[in-house]
Design a protein around this ligand. Structure first.
Ligand SMILES: *[C@@H]1O[C@H](CO)[C@@H](O)[C@H](O)[C@H]1NC(C)=O
Ligand SMILES: *[C@@H]1O[C@H](CO)[C@@H](O)[C@H](O)[C@H]1NC(C)=O
Ligand SMILES: *[C@@H]1O[C@H](CO)[C@@H](O)[C@H](O)[C@H]1NC(C)=O
Length: 560
């Protein structure tokens, strides 16, 4: 084992050396720093970590990307199927005092030496085992992709950054050597992560929506930023999903942005027209829209006092069925945007499947207008999988997307970023695995970045995000462990990948696997245990190999 490690250490070193000389598209390791709750990767004016996608050179080769609580962040190793000895993924080792000032190269040497010494202590701890069987002949859903949300809060942070643009932020999420995101959620008008509530057509009684030929001042900067993001990241097929939080108050029963307000019957068609006009407006301004939903969290305007400060519009399934069936549905389907994907619900899973059943009861077949159903993850741990399973039974063939996720929304969670929290990364990994196994086709996280307190926004609603911007200097940002957790799913699982069977022999490992459009296999391997784990990976075609992964680690495996 010692020998094998030494060779893999030298291999890593070699790869880094080659890429350092290689120029333009090189992999750059995370600059790891200690934060209050763990470790984060810092990106500064002249430094940000990237990982080029692996290129497999022969059909027996496998490639592993690893992150761990201890401090691995997208570190890479590779070897071949069919080897007898097990391959060990070395966990991160703290550099010693003297090496803190050393060059990257000498630091790496020290790391190699240090990890050779820690091997002994690892051998004395209990190693668990698991066998994971991947079967590419057993196929499930085809993935649409992964992404994050570009809110008014994100726009504000990007706008205030000292560097003229945040190319590294954009590339970190949307470039191929970043997380490879292809989905994005934006609000139609304002949302709770804006600096003030706003919408188009705010002037009382403006039923012809007279200002919707031009971008609202709130959208001018955001649209320019998103276009820049597309340009610098090189994202090939960005799929943008829109959702409205609230119409202008005059269209609502309570004449307010927030609270218990519904759409006035007189404006059902106006609100459908508003959506159509927004689609045209975005397309005219260079951001073609892939999908819209019937509105963000309709229950907020009906049920929950807790959300009373948020921009919201209350719907019951009955009223939403009428609006969708008699107004929005026909308006969209009879327009040049007839092929837009329409998502229903856009709320928590406890509304499933009741919401759709009630809609269909009110307007028979109204749910046929919906191509997809979107869910927010916030109550996944409380309301079981049956809510989703009953829905896919009732309405099969719908695209299932998690359209919002973040941590800090619950009274029992710190309503703020916890810099470096690996526990939060694990919560992400667990729920991604859970929902992908339930048949979800994609996932859109909430704000791609926030400030140190988890804002800004006009309702003082503060939560965590995968990237936290330093607003003291506006010169650097921090990639949270969550960023890498999401990346272990998004980076090597492109649009069009098909989930295949991945069956672990016990609960020591959680996993999902995919057959990609290029016929390669990508698998996510999650060891949430406190011990390291020997994984015997068995592929129905390639054979097998054994890899030992550290405690509290998550990996993405790629092979042909
Ligand atoms: C690193 O270098 C700086 C400047 O030369 C010095 O002040 C500091 O003590 C060094 N730190 C360590 C850990 O050697
Ligand atoms: C919706 O309602 C119609 C008419 O009652 C019924 O024929 C159809 O089966 C329902 N759809 C679903 C998915 O239950
Ligand atoms: C932001 O930068 C300032 C100045 O360098 C520093 O004092 C502060 O600790 C940084 N904030 C965080 C969250 O690291």
């Amino acid at each position: 084992m010692g020998n094998m490690f030494a060779s893999s250490g030298i291999l890593v070193l070699g790869v880094l050396l080659v890429s350092a000389i290689g120029g333009q598209s090189e992999s750059i390791p995370c600059k790891l720093i200690d934060a209050k709750h763990g470790k984060v990767c810092v990106c500064t004016a002249d430094y940000c970590d990237y990982l080029e996608n692996p290129v497999l050179t022969d059909e027996n080769e496998w490639f592993l990307i690893s992150s761990s609580k201890q401090g691995l962040r997208f570190s890479t190793t590779s070897d071949k199927f069919g080897k007898e000895e097990k391959f060990t993924v070395q966990d991160y080792v703290e550099p010693t005092q003297e090496t803190a000032n050393a060059t990257i190269l000498s630091r790496l040497f020290d790391k190699v030496v240090a990890s050779a010494f820690t091997l002994e202590s690892r051998e004395s701890s209990i190693t668990r085992t698991v066998t994971l069987r991947l079967d590419r002949s057993k196929t499930h859903q085809k993935m649409v992709g992964f992404g994050g949300s570009y809110t008014g809060a994100v726009e504000y942070l990007v706008e205030n950054f000292k560097r003229s643009e945040l190319a590294d932020l954009y590339k970190s999420f949307y470039a191929e050597d970043g997380l490879g995101f292809n989905l994005m959620r934006v609000s139609i008008g304002g949302c709770d992560f804006d600096l003030e509530p706003w919408s188009y057509a705010e002037e009382e009684g403006d039923t012809v929506l007279s200002d919707m030929d031009e971008l609202n001042a709130h959208d001018v900067t955001r649209v320019a930023q998103i276009k820049r993001l597309i340009e610098v990241s090189g994202v090939k097929n960005l799929l943008v999903k829109g959702a409205a939080w609230s119409p202008p108050p005059w269209m609502k029963t309570n004449n307010r942005w927030t609270g218990f307000g519904r759409l006035k019957r007189a404006y059902y068609q106006t609100w459908a027209d508003y959506h159509l006009r927004w689609l045209r407006l975005m397309e005219d301004n260079g951001i073609p829209i892939w999908a819209i939903s019937t509105g963000n969290e309709p229950m907020n305007g009906i049920l929950f006092m807790y959300f009373v400060k948020f921009m919201s519009l209350g719907w019951t399934p009955q009223t939403q069925a009428i609006w969708l069936n008699d107004h929005l549905g026909p308006t969209i389907r009879n327009s040049e945007f007839k092929d837009i994907i329409l998502f229903g619900n856009d709320d928590q899973r406890y509304t499933f499947p009741h919401w759709f059943k009630m809609m269909n009861r009110t307007r028979p077949n109204s749910i046929d207008y919906l191509d997809g159903l979107s869910v927010h993850w916030y109550w996944d741990e409380i309301f079981g999988n049956s809510f989703i399973e009953q829905t896919t039974e009732y309405a099969p063939d719908k695209i299932l997307i998690v359209s919002e996720s973040c941590i800090g929304d619950k009274p029992w969670q710190a309503a703020a970023p916890l810099l470096g929290s690996w526990e939060r990364a694990e919560k992400y990994a667990r729920d991604y695995l859970l929902n992908i196994k339930l048949g979800f086709h994609g996932w859109i996280d909430w704000n791609i970045c926030l400030d140190e307190i988890g804002g800004p926004n006009y309702v003082d609603n503060t939560v965590d995000a995968p990237v936290i911007v330093n607003t003291t200097t506006f010169e650097e940002f921090y990639k949270q462990p969550m960023f890498y957790a999401i990346g272990h799913f998004s980076k090597l699982v492109p649009e069009g990948s098909v989930r295949i069977d991945a069956v672990p022999s016990n609960v020591n490992l959680d996993s999902v696997a995919f057959l990609r459009p290029d016929n390669k296999i990508a698998a996510v391997l999650f060891n949430s245990g406190r011990a390291d784990l020997d994984i015997t990976l068995v592929d129905s075609i390639r054979g097998q190999f054994v890899v030992n992964v550290p405690a509290k680690s998550i990996h993405t495996l790629l092979y042909s």
